[in-house]
Design a protein around this ligand. Structure first.
Ligand code: ATP
Ligand code: MG
Length: 257
């Protein structure tokens, strides 16, 4: 295994007008690691993901994927470098079938690799068959293969969240960013989701950065946790260290949820 972090940020920051939404953010994640990013509402967690996926360009600092500096790349180029994400608010093609939601993510990377001119050639159709099988395999991991032809919006909420993760996995990523994947889930769905996250990490050997609002949830699955509040890192370390940190306790008690 390489000793270069899959993901590294150095003094990463962004200003919105006068507001430093993320300030001096430093993280290193190795292959196979599961790291938590937590903090109260409005702390800057999603903004970190938007920086790490090229949605926003940082106003300060650098981002490295497997040692390569990727500042200034476009979102699809971040995907090509191996970053995949899910969104805090589910973003599926609601009227499309479950399997097409996954296939379209695979297709994006194929088009990127083959170029538009090769569309509908034999090579493309061979790829299309391969994509179909790959999508089915991904759905199987989440027990969604029997629902491949369902319209996405007809899935129960917890399964829509899983479908979003399956879709993110279709892009052959090195690191997966999950933005509050358990939001809105009931306890049974949450427990299943945590199993799925562990399964993904073990099966794909990828790195995962998990945003969660609920501290107790990340404590169970993450090896390391970074806590941010008002855009600044207030603690990082093992779950046990972080949960006993007075600044972290104050940040959480300071909010009304
Ligand atoms: N595009 C933007 N323009 C201006 N301000 C923004 C923008 N995006 C985020 N912010 C601000 O940056 C801060 C951090 O927001 P962010 O969504 O990253 O928080 P969060 O930690 O994900 O919160 P939550 O737990 O509610 O999801 C907030 O004050 C937010 O209003
Ligand atoms: Mg958020």
């Amino acid at each position: 295994m390489s000793d270069t972090p899959v993901l590294k940020t150095v003094n990463l920051g962004i200003n919105f007008g006068g507001l430093k939404a993320v300030d001096d953010f430093n993280i290193e994640i190795m292959q196979g690691e599961l790291v938590g990013l937590i903090g109260p509402n409005g702390a800057g967690k999603t903004t970190v993901f938007n920086l790490l996926t090229g949605v926003y360009a940082p106003t300060e600092g650098d981002i490295f994927i497997s040692g390569k500096r990727v500042n200034g790349l476009k979102p699809h180029q971040f995907v090509a470098e191996g970053i995949a994400r899910t969104f805090q608010n589910i973003r599926l093609f609601k009227q499309m079938s479950v399997i097409d939601n996954v296939k379209i993510a695979c297709d994006q990377s194929i088009k990127y690799k083959l170029g538009g001119g090769l569309l509908h050639s034999k090579l493309y159709w061979d790829e299309e068959q391969r994509v179909h099988e790959k999508a089915l395999e991904l759905l199987k991991l989440f027990n969604l293969d029997t629902k491949a032809d369902f319209v996405a919006s007809n899935l129960p909420y917890g399964q829509q969240r899983k479908l979003e993760i399956a879709r993110a996995l279709a892009t052959d990523m090195k690191i997966l960013l999950l933005d509050e994947p358990a939001a809105g889930m009931n306890p049974v769905e949450t427990a299943e989701l945590l199993d799925s996250i562990n399964m993904i990490r073990d099966k794909f050997g990828i790195a995962i950065l998990l945003i969660e609002h609920d501290m107790s949830l990340v404590m169970n699955v993450c090896e390391r946790i970074t806590v941010i509040d008002y855009g600044r890192t207030i603690a990082r370390g093992l779950p046990s260290e972080v949960s006993n940190n007075p600044d972290v306790i104050a940040a959480y008690l300071g909010t009304d949820d």
